[in-house]
Ligand binder design. Structure first.
Ligand code: CP
Ligand code: NVA
Length: 306
């Protein structure tokens, strides 16, 4: 089987996403019926965390165990990375011993260097630039609630961070639109976002204009992991980019609200919105499990048909 990695959303085609989303549905339904599905019974996943995690850690570990495999969890401080072992050497060694690697780290270039020396599929569990597993689950969640995403409008309010970049890539792959509103100086950087063009997104100065008629409103923390030194300054600059009830009223009547979590109520979103009827954040978080099980199946076994 051809070696495939999942480092950015655009690593898969629309047709491959069609297959993966169908597998997410199948795997989730089976899980809900308590029917075991153990196709990875002899496989091992190594997870390397250089940043904190709750959802990514639990969903990958639970997912691999539920599919019959085993998991090794490594943090930077546990390993020789923290003592300067080259990432290329880590990749050469670890990937002779396990079947799959998930990495959460800082620059995208770190995961690219690792994958260039890997014998097994590598999954991006979040970098400064991208968070493809999150958007895989988010789009599956949208489809579950509202049907196909093609042609729909997603409003992104706040920082043009790793999650925003991944929404923008997804819009190109799956042909939908993103309305982005960020404070001045925090706009989308198309090259960093890995975009082919600007056809699938539009930037708005006023967040109220960005959410108008959106099918989905989404946001994320104002300060991402690794940028904590900017926290106080960002709190002042981002003050008007808080998703509140007024913004949700400007979106479509049946608009959904999503947030990758962890959230800061009263900063990027009000408690009324995140805990309100349009919010699907708990389904979104749960779907990390089902989506990543389908992703691991695809990378290790190829196109499985039921
Ligand atoms: N959304 C997300 O990736 O959460 P964690 O940082 O808890 O893994
Ligand atoms: N943008 C956030 C996402 C956390 C899941 C961060 O990188 O910290």
């Amino acid at each position: 089987m051809q070696l495939r990695h999942y480092l950015q959303f655009k690593d898969f085609t629309a047709a491959e996403y069609g297959h993966v989303f169908a597998r997410v549905k199948w795997i989730k339904e089976r899980f809900k019926r308590y029917e075991p599905y153990l196709p990875l019974h002899d496989r091992t996943l190594a997870m390397i965390f250089e940043k904190q995690s709750t959802r990514t850690r639990v969903s990958f570990e639970a997912g691999m165990l539920q599919m019959g495999g085993s998991v090794i969890n490594l943090t930077a401080t546990d390993t020789q990375i923290s003592r300067g072992e080259p990432i290329e050497d880590m990749a050469r060694v670890i990937t002779r011993m396990v079947d799959l690697v998930m990495i959460r780290t800082f620059e995208q270039s770190i995961i690219e260097r690792f994958s260039a020396h890997s014998r097994v599929p590598v999954i991006n569990g979040l970098t400064n630039e991208y968070h493809p597993c999150q958007i895989l689950a988010d789009i599956y969640t949208f489809i579950e609630h509202r049907g196909p995403i093609r042609g729909r409008t997603v409003a992104w309010i706040g920082d043009s961070n790793n999650v925003c970049n991944t929404w923008l890539q997804a819009a190109e792959v799956l042909d939908f639109n993103v309305h982005v509103s960020t404070p001045p100086g925090y706009e989308v950087e198309p090259e960093r976002a890995g975009l082919y063009g600007t056809d699938h997104y539009e930037e708005f100065k006023d967040p109220m204009d960005a959410v108008r008629d959106a099918d989905l409103v989404t946001t994320d923390v104002w300060t991402s992991m690794g940028f904590e030194a900017e926290n106080e300054e960002r709190k002042r600059i981002f003050e008007d980019w808080c998703v509140d009830a007024e913004m949700m009223r400007a979106a479509k009547k049946d608009a959904l609200f999503m947030h990758c979590l962890p959230a800061h109520r009263g900063e990027e979103v009000t408690a009324e919105v995140i805990d309100g009827p349009q919010s699907v954040v708990w389904d979104e978080a749960e779907n990390r499990l089902h989506a990543q099980k389908a992703l691991m199946e695809f990378l290790l076994l190829g196109k499985v048909t039921p």
